[in-house]
Design a protein around this ligand. Structure first.
Ligand code: FNR
Length: 346
């Protein structure tokens, strides 16, 4: 049977994310952040604990596999491979947007496979911010999800030829946060957030904010490759990087709100730097997809082991017993990032 246009789009997103992967890391924004070495750690490696508590979610590692895919036969296979590895390593994983599964029930299994492979680890559902309560509940039920991400993707939709053109999201977000009984994470998709957005989300009652900044997968570039009607390539450098977004979030820190970092995380050192800039957890999408598609399942298996071990060693080097203690670690910003912070009054 022919797959739908939506299913075709899901396949294109994966293949274009992979095609543009190396290009997206030309100027790595996390190189603009340096950690300060401490010669007297006064702790043992065995004392380092990389597990985290993200509100009511207990995660074995400070990083998880971020929202990517589902909705077609090809992406069902990718979800199954990622979820098997997440299970093997005890990691959490978010699926791509379930909106396709709500429209076409035949595609539900391409998402549900993630829960099948991950009976005990946290699984995170994903939907756009125009979703209503009933749709969100249905998406949660398909995955028996432990949390749900609501994505904010105005920049992506406006570049997409078939994208949405109306963005009235605040009332929806407020309702979802008030009515759903599991954590609701509001996330960007790679364009970052500023302090006004973060403050507004807090006002709406959001307790988990994923700033998902520029510097990794670039959905303006991906959709520009798909859009042959109209040139919007001027948006290929749009948005705040992940370090910039974390500085924005830090300027209005609120102990009741967890900030999650994603966007351009490609190494355990990036995970640690995100923690030092105030992130409580870290999502990784494009880089793990690249390892899986380019190098294979065994390579991603080895990489997930290596990241977990490296994170323990980096925490020890910095004298931090756990990921939360990184918030006290000192950083130095590059002149460019420091200038951004000054101009923004951060
Ligand atoms: C994504 N991303 C994404 N985000 C989301 O909230 N819902 C979605 O359906 C998707 N789909 C999707 C497909 C593919 C192939 C990729 C690579 C990414 C965005 C993702 O969750 C993340 O916010 C950005 O990709 C930035 O992180 P990375 O890729 O730089 O680690």
């Amino acid at each position: 049977m022919m797959e739908s246009l939506q299913a075709h789009r899901k396949n294109e997103h994966v293949s274009l994310a992979e095609k543009l992967y190396s290009q997206s890391h030309a100027n790595h924004p996390f190189d603009q952040v340096r950690l300060i070495h401490n010669s007297l750690p006064e702790m043992a490696l065995s004392q380092a604990d990389s597990s985290i508590k993200l509100g009511e979610l207990n995660l074995k590692a400070p990083f998880y596999i971020e929202a990517m895919t589902g909705g077609s036969k090809q992406t069902a296979k990718i979800n199954a491979r990622l979820a098997s590895l997440a299970h093997q390593h005890g990691l959490a994983m978010a699926t791509g947007s379930l909106s396709v599964a709500l429209k076409d029930p035949q595609t539900q299994s391409s998402f549900a496979i993630v829960r099948d492979k991950m009976p005990t680890e946290p699984v995170i559902a994903n939907l756009g911010a125009s979703a209503d309560l009933e749709q969100a509940q249905k998406a949660i039920d398909i995955l028996k999800a432990d949390a749900i991400e609501i994505h904010l993707n105005a920049a992506q939709e406006l570049v997409m030829p078939e994208g949405d053109r109306e963005f009235f999201w605040q009332e929806h977000i407020k309702e979802l946060v008030n009515q759903l009984s599991i954590p609701v994470i509001v996330k960007e998709v790679g364009f970052g957030m500023d302090k006004k957005t973060i403050a507004k989300l807090q006002e709406l009652g959001v307790k988990y904010i994923n700033v998902s900044g520029r510097g990794g997968t670039n959905f303006a570039a991906i959709e520009n490759r798909r859009n042959h009607q109209f040139d919007l390539s001027m948006l290929n450098d749009w948005g705040q990087t992940t370090p910039e977004s974390l500085l924005e979030a830090r300027a209005i820190k609120n102990p009741d709100v967890a900030i999650i970092a994603s966007g351009g995380i490609t190494s355990p050192l990036d995970v640690i730097k995100a923690g030092a800039l105030g992130a409580s957890a870290v999502g990784v999408a494009g880089h793990f997809l690249h390892t899986l598609l380019h190098d294979g399942d065994d390579a991603l298996d080895r990489e997930l082991n290596a990241w977990q071990e490296a994170i323990l060693r980096l925490l020890t080097l910095l004298g931090c017993h756990n990921f939360a203690e990184l918030k006290q670690a000192e950083v130095v910003l590059s002149p460019e990032l420091d200038d951004y912070a000054t101009q923004r009054g951060l």
